[in-house]
Ligand binder design. Sequence first.
Ligand code: SF4
Length: 309
Amino acid sequence: MRPSLTAVTTPPNGPKSATEPLTSNAADASGLVPEPPVRAPGLSPSRAKDFQQCPLMFRYRVVDRLPEPPSPAATRGTLVHAVLEALFDLPAEARTAEAALELLDPHWQRLLARDPGLAGLFDSPEELAAWLTSARALLHRYFELEDPTRLQPRARELRVDHQLEDGPALRGIIDRVDVAPNGWVRLVDYKTGRSPRPGYEADALFQMRFYAFVVWRTRGVLPRTLQLEYLGDGTVVTHEPTEAEMATFETRIRALWQSVLEVAASGRWEPRPSPLCSWCSFRDLCPQFGGTPPPVDPASVLRAFGVGA
Ligand code: SF4
């Protein structure tokens, strides 16, 4: 961890909503469980990226909400994230690599209890053992990147949500928020894959700028540092956002949302083939692969975007 981060700035016109503290999402102290509110149409960094990659894939995820089978890589990411979150429940001096490895099996059992189908990801005990070994390797690499005994995160798995005026609600979950004694804020995201090649960091930085923008608007603090920790190859990418960058981000996200609304209103959810189709769960329903998209349900479009199809 760098010893210092530079000054915190506030938006020129102040945050658009009441500022909220940078703390983890609190449980309902009253013990009463309120009715879940009807969620405003929203965008997360992942879904924004989906739309840019392929509008048809975006439709299947956001409008049709089609289930997708879990993959070993995504499940390993979930498991490693759960372990790293739990690591910070331990007293600082106890956050060792050995402690993290000890957390692995209980968290894997927890994931299995929640979704017993995950056991079907592996054809044999040997395959499962190799997968767990690869998860251990990622945890080991985490300890090469930083020393968690020296960190005291302000929040972990922080849910953020900002209603953009005349736009979508921007939502996401930030892996970790650190706040230096002088108030400088760092947003941290763990990646269990490898770092992008030089010149291809834009996608990952889009996600971090998204979080920085929401924190800036809701908390009145522009994060000083955005930090991506790639456990796949032991690389750390950092970026210092600026207010000018936030303004550009807002323009970009508004334009993207406008495109989403136009496609939703027209019903033209076009496939956009790319090498990434190899990882798409919806090839059976994709015209590029001989499939036929089912009719769009207008009620689902209305729910997702607040506009009629
Ligand atoms: S297979 Fe490719 S083109 Fe078809 S929906 Fe998936 S990402 Fe889009």
